[in-house]
Ligand binder design. Structure first.
Ligand SMILES: Nc1ncnc2c1ncn2[C@@H]1O[C@H](COP(=O)(O)OP(=O)(O)OP(=O)(O)O)[C@@H](O)[C@H]1O
Ligand SMILES: [Mg+2]
Length: 453
């Protein structure tokens, strides 16, 4: 701290303070009021401002408010005469660093400046550390400080420039698409298109022409030529999202495309050479799908050259706070709000919850909470019921001191059955399959546990 601006309407005081500050080695400028001070701040660039509270026209509080509104971080110290202590306290509340009661001795002022200086250097250090942490935790659009994710970031950086196919797996909302985008952004293809296609969202009969294109007249509705996504992604990257949903007939065709690096648009007689980096993503366990005969084994081996498995959010709880802060800051900008964060109770609930919808669910939860928030921090009341009541039933049961294996198994069994039914959208045949019990046994248990669908 070198430059100090002294603001007071009393000329005598300005001169006295200026002279002892100069003697102590500071550069000093003086102003007789708030307006004059504001004009000087630009040209002088003070590190600290010593200001009187009561001055004709613009006083110390208004000066402080104006500085804060501009986002200024200059240290402000107010000097207040006996009788205006209330104003000094108000100034501290408004963000002043300290106040010095008048009359004062030179040493008091110098000491206060010294203290302010120490705090300022701590603050700077703190900010630098925070930025450092943030830099380490950020990879393209992804934030994470979990070791597993850090390893994935390393892998992505390593493989980005190679044209190899990568298979990105992980539950819904863990960030599969963001990883795919990061691979593209880190590659030498980054100035070319990145195209994502959701194989599960396009009807089977349209998907083929969507991917490979078609010639006019190739089928009844083909009134003109159409360029397929493979061709549109030329030079860039094509993400085949939810590849587990790709119909078997198209799986054969895709395998051929990957092997030959050519495509043939529907109704065309010639093959087209393509230069596209293929990425695939799925929330399914493709090797299990392969065993069950729903996914071709040869295609699985062809795309599984480089598997990247993103762990669910509940297995990297250290990311929750980081992401919460990130989403709050981002929404503050979007909504022009000024939410400061989450209180201790809400934070605890957010960390304990199991996040079946992973980062996407967290993102939506924070957005919803911010819209509903009544205070300048998020509290437990702002969170949805499922998170407030998210007491893990297995944990609760174990905590009760229960020792019966039979009773405990029943608790777990019921949870697994409910989960399987949700996952298969109530399809009992599929549910029995993933539960690895017979269809009959499942029907019996549904009745026993009174699970209504
Ligand atoms: N590590 C992260 N840092 C910041 N945002 C993230 C992170 N992971 C995911 N997100 C955000 O969460 C949301 C879901 O991510 P993404 O769409 O990549 O997930 P996904 O695995 O493809 O999900 P789905 O299987 O449902 O398609 C997006 O809005 C994304 O921006
Ligand atoms: Mg996705």
């Amino acid at each position: 701290m070198k430059r100090i601006l002294v603001v007071d309407d009393e000329e005598n005081l300005r001169l006295v303070v200026r002279s002892f500050l100069r003697r102590a080695g500071y550069e000093v400028e003086v102003a007789a009021g708030g307006e004059e001070a504001l004009a000087l701040i630009e040209s002088f660039g003070p590190d600290a401002i010593l200001t009187d509270v009561r001055m004709p026209k613009m006083g110390g509080l208004d000066l402080l408010a104006t500085l804060k509104a501009k986002g200024s971080e200059i240290t402000v110290i107010v000097m207040s005469a006996y009788g205006s202590i209330d104003l000094a306290i108000e100034a501290i509340k408004a963000g002043a660093y300290d106040y010095i009661p008048k009359p004062f001795k030179a040493e008091e002022v110098l000491l206060t400046l010294k203290k302010a200086e120490e705090r300022e250097s701590l603050r700077r250090e703190n900010r630098a550390l925070k930025q450092e942490i943030h830099k380490k935790a950020q990879f393209e659009e992804l934030l994470s400080k979990s070791p597993a994710m850090q390893n994935i970031f390393k892998t992505v950086a390593k493989i980005a420039d190679f044209k190899t196919t990568a298979l990105i797996t992980g539950e819904s909302g863990v960030g599969k698409e963001l990883i795919a985008r990061a691979i593209h952004a880190r590659s030498n293809r980054k100035s070319q298109p990145f195209i994502a296609v959701n194989c599960g969202a396009i009807p089977e009969n349209l998907l083929e022409s969507e991917l490979f294109g078609h010639k006019r007249g190739a089928f009844t509705d083909a009134s003109s030529d159409r360029t397929g996504l493979f061709e549109q992604a030329t030079g860039g990257t094509l993400l085949l999202d939810e590849i587990g949903e790709l119909p078997l007939a198209l799986q054969v065709k895709l395998l051929r495309v990957l092997q030959e690096e050519t495509i043939r648009p529907l109704g065309d007689t010639r093959d087209l050479k393509i230069d596209v980096r293929i990425l695939a993503a799925t929330h399914r366990d493709l090797s299990a799908e392969t065993k069950a005969g729903r996914f071709r084994e040869d295609l699985f081996y062809r795309i599984n050259v480089l598997p990247i498995h993103i762990p669910p959010l509940r297995d990297r709880k250290e990311d929750i706070t980081l992401l919460v802060d990130h989403f709050i800051a981002r929404n503050n900008l979007r909504f022009a709000t000024n939410l400061r964060g989450v209180d201790a109770e809400a934070r605890k609930l957010l960390i304990e919850y199991s996040w079946p919808g992973n980062v996407r669910e967290l993102e939506n939860t924070i957005e919803r909470a911010m819209v509903l928030a009544e205070h300048d921090v998020l509290t437990a009341e702002d969170l949805p019921e499922r998170i407030r009541d998210a007491k893990d039933p297995v944990q609760l049961h174990l905590m009760s001191g229960e020792l019966s294996i039979k009773k405990t198994s029943r608790v777990v069994e019921e949870i697994l059955i409910r989960r399987a039914l949700t996952k298969t959208k109530g399809n009992r045949t599929r549910a029995a399959e993933v539960l690895e019990i017979s269809h009959r046994a499942l029907l019996y248990k549904i009745k026993e546990y009174a699970i209504d669908l």
